[in-house]
Structures are given as C-alpha cells and as structure tokens.
Design a binder for this molecule. Sequence first.
Ligand SMILES: [Cu+2]
Length: 407
Amino acid sequence: MAALAVIFTVFSSANAFAQEAAAAATAKPVDMGPIHKSALFYVLLFLLLCLFIAIVGKALKVYELTRETQGKPEGINWDTVNAIIFALFLVVGLYGVYWEYSVHGSMISHMQEAASEHGKRIDEMFKLTLIITTIVFILTHIVLFVFAYIYRYSAKRKAYYYPHNNTIEKIWTIVPALVLTLLVLKGFLTWRSIFYKAEDPNNRPLNIEVVSSQFLWDIRYPGADAIVGKRNYKLTTAINGLGIDFNDKNSLDDLLADEIVLPVNKPVRFTLASKDVIHSFYMPHFRVQLNTVPGMQTYFEFTPTVTTEEMRTKLNDPKFNYILLCAKICGANHFNMQKNVRVVSEAEYKEWLSQQAPYLTNDLRKAFNLPVVAEEAAPAATEAPADTTATAAKVELDVKNQLALKK
Ligand SMILES: [Cu+2]
C-alpha cells in the first residue's frame, strides 16, 4: 500500500507540473498534453507490473521454502523457466521492432521530402545506416536469445570447454570494422560534398547572418553590396544589440529582418554566431543543422529547391511553413526559440527585401560619428526601425514575464 501511495503521489505531482508547463507556454508549436499523460500512464502501469511480479516472487519463495522444510525436491526448474522467458523475450522483442517500424517508421515519410539540394544525400545516408543497423540488430539478437535458450543448464549435459577461436575473433573484428569504415567514409564524403563545393561565379550565394541569444534569433540581410558587415562584441550597446561595426562600409546598408525569406534555387550562405551560450541552427525541412558558438563564426551553405507555396500544394496543407528552431537545450525558453522561414520566387524575394528596415538608425549614426539623414528623406526607413525596436522590446518583456512566472 505504501508503494502504491508513493506511485500515486509521483503521478499527481508530475501531472501538475505538466499542466503548469503547458500554462506557461504561450506559443505551443506541438500539443504535448496527451503524450505526457500517456507516458505517465505507462510508467504507472510498469510500476504496478513490477509490484505484481514482486508479490508473485514472494509467494513462490514461500512455496519453495515450504517444500524444503518438508524435505521434498525442488518444485520449479528455474533454469528452464529462465530459458523460456529468454525465448519469449525474443519473440515479443522482435514483434516490438516490427511494430515500431510499421507504426512510427511511417513518421520518416511524414517528415516531408528534403526541400534542399543536399538534403537528399543526407536522407540517403540516414536510410542506409538504418537498414544496416536494423539487419545487424535483428541477427545478433536472434543469436543472443536463441543461444540462451538452447544452451540452458541441463543435468544430463556437460559443458564443452571452448576457450578461444582465432577465426571467430577475426570475423567479428573485421566484418564490423569494414561495415563501419564504409559508413564513416560515405558520411565523410557526403559531408565534404555539402561543405566544400566550388562556387559558381554566375550563381553566388546570398549571404545572411543569424545571431542567436537566449532566446532569440537576430537576422541580418546584406544591402545592395551583398555583403553583411563586420560585428565586434565590444561595440555592443543598448542601441546596437548585435555589436555591428559601422566603421565597416559593408554594414551601412545592412537590413534587419523579422523572418527568413529565401529565393528558391539560389544558394544561400548562413553565417552563424552566438551572443551567450551554444545554440543550434536547425531547419529540419532543409536538413540543415549547425551549432552557433559564442566567440566564433560557423557557416552553412545550401540551396532551397521547393517554395513554401509548392510545399503547401504538395502536402495539401495550406498552413504549412518552413521553420527555424534551436536544437540545443539552451535555457528555460529554448522551446520558444523559433522563426518562420519562407521560400519564394526571386521577384517576391526582391519585393520583400525592399520593405525591410535598415539596421543603421540616426541614433547609431550619431554614435559612430556618421552624417545623420534627414527624417523626411527616408520615411519608411525611419518608421520601420522604431517599430522593430518596439517588437524586440516586447519579445524581451514577454521572455522576462515567462521567466518570472516560472519562478
Ligand atoms: Cu537556443
């Protein structure tokens, strides 16, 4: 009864925590509610099963001890019982593998086809590795459990003394080494083909800088010069959150964006950096993932091949959107660290880009001793930064509120 009480206490407090977490989450990309509940339900079921087995075990122990005190021979042959459990475990386990592949395996095809050039190669690697490891997993487990069943203890049989065999040692060293070498080599070549390709002078990549911080992504697009200017963390101030160096001419026309918009079939090169801890730049539909590391820059270049509209038609889902997520648990609001990604035609991209706000405001011009621009000269430009600053301030406030809620 005490054990049951403990189980129920754990269950109810964990459930309360799940509800609290759900309430704290303002933006819920995936509804985790039912999954939490069912996982806890199965944990509870498992603990009850353990309790049941323990009770049966005790009862059997009493039965054995009674027979012993009465001078009768052993009632249950535990070697045979264990051997049968091993065999059953194999059958149930193999069925579990089959079930897992047939039910959850379909999630691989639910994860939409790669929407980038290199993504297909990543998927090939994934499938090849999965096929090889599945075959090895099934064969080794059949051998493991079948041997445990066949060679269980028997009083009629004497164990054969077999201390060493060089041939077997060679086979089980060389075969896995060969298979692993092939997998690693293929992985290495795939990685190389993604990262070290000759640049096409007629189709130079679009440069975009993404800076991560707890719990935001800051996106900077280059202006007409197609180059994103330098950053220097020492220049970080209240009005220059990214520490952009406006002494670098390339920075002057840089633009601040609230979402990532990419022209289709054009290579794009992301320069990644981090302001605080390690985050991970993850765009699952494009098979792109790379850490953003404080103190250094990382790069990922790829070519998106399917527009958002095309993907919506393909999936028959008018609400579908590509997404950028943080794939490194980086703190309390890690789950909320995401951005919308849109892949559009070249014309739509240019139209969108022309509406983005310049990073350089008059306040920043003063700070860097640059000539201040008259207000009426660029009405859109002066209006927009104020707006984005307000949005940024609001997001920051939201995050603080959420942190306060947690406490
Ligand atoms: Cu993060």
